[in-house]
Design a protein around this ligand. Structure first.
Ligand code: CP
Length: 317
């Protein structure tokens, strides 16, 4: 296992099986701070800087909550328009992050351009955590998701994941990279214009990820241990911000998970994860079913990000 001290968290392609398991072990150790709402002082001498160039509810606030729970300090921006990167000057990532490293000990960054956190990490000597980059990856979300699977199902091996939604989505990329480290199979269901790209499929083949494509949720749900969802009605993740203009359209039935479908076809033991926000692909009445785990998933974002912060800052090894 590579040391986490000072490490940038950019892609789950960089994670070994032992890396995953170590992060989950530390998350379990630190979890009481979140469950008991009891802030500690493990990171009292450290400062987190959040640099979010795209909207976020969960990722930014759970990362900031994680830092507060460990007694650390937090500063940053959630709207680049109020910085020099978002006004007349269009300040470069190089200049921005070369300077931000003077203000904090770790940087959590979201950006609309794929690869932007890797570029920032070239110019900042402190660890950079990728909190979502365009259509690229979303490592902290998928670490949260696998941590949830481990806690809810007791294992990360011998499982079948049904991936439903837009396969250009960054969570889907990080998840499929991550599955290369476990005995897992993926069944992928998406509209044709949102299918896995040929170059990404080539990468999955190279990494020996076992996956197959299916035409609809109804065709595949009976095999799934984990139903992993993203919207197909969604924003363009290459934009800094997308406003909703008029009608958004409806999700075709083939890509929805309904209460009836769960009752008729799903394994009773299967769980549903959704990184949220949702559209109509996952109706609110599914919240009351035995399969729903997305609220536990949202909560787990806090202990998981506590673990990452503690590890990259060297508070735990
Ligand atoms: N899951 C997730 O990335 O949510 P936010 O966009 O609200 O951070």
């Amino acid at each position: 296992m590579r040391s986490f001290l000072g490490r940038d968290i950019l892609s789950l392609k960089d994670f070994s099986r032992d890396d995953f398991l170590r992060v989950f072990e530390v998350a379990d150790d630190l979890r009481p701070h979140a469950t008991d709402r009891r802030n500690g002082d493990l990171l009292k001498d450290k400062t987190l800087l959040t640099a979010f160039y795209q909207p976020s509810t969960r990722t930014r606030l759970s990362t900031e909550a994680a830092m507060h729970r460990l007694g650390g300090h937090v500063l940053g921006f959630a709207d680049a328009k109020m910085t020099r990167a978002g006004d007349f000057y269009q300040e470069s990532i190089k200049d921005t992050f070369h300077m931000l490293e003077y203000y904090g000990d770790v940087i959590a960054m979201r950006h609309f351009e794929q690869g932007a956190p890797a570029e920032a990490a070239r110019w900042a000597s402190v660890p950079v955590i990728n909190c979502g980059d365009g259509w690229g990856e979303h490592p902290t979300q998928v670490l949260t998701d696998l941590y949830t699977v481990q806690r809810e199902l007791g294992t990360l091996d011998g499982l079948t994941y049904l991936l439903v939604g837009d396969m250009r989505m960054r969570t889907m990329h990080s998840l499929l990279y991550a599955l290369s480290q476990f005995d897992a199979e993926a069944i992928v269901v998406s509209p044709p214009d949102m299918a896995l790209l040929p170059e990404f499929k080539a990468e999955l083949d190279e990494l020996n990820v076992a996956y197959r494509e299916a035409p609809s949720v109804a065709d595949a749900i009976a095999d799934a241990d984990i139903i992993y969802m993203e919207p197909v009605v969604q924003a363009d993740y290459t934009q800094s911000r997308v406003e909703r203009g008029g009608e958004t359209g409806r999700t075709p039935e083939a890509y929805r998970v309904t209460r009836q479908l769960l009752r008729d076809k799903a394994k009773r033991s299967s769980i549903i994860l959704h990184s949220l926000p949702r559209m109509d692909e996952l109706p609110a009445d599914v919240d009351g079913t035995r399969h729903q785990r997305y609220w536990a998933e949202a909560f787990n974002g806090v202990p998981l990000r506590m673990a990452l912060l503690a590890l990259v800052l060297g508070a735990v090894e």
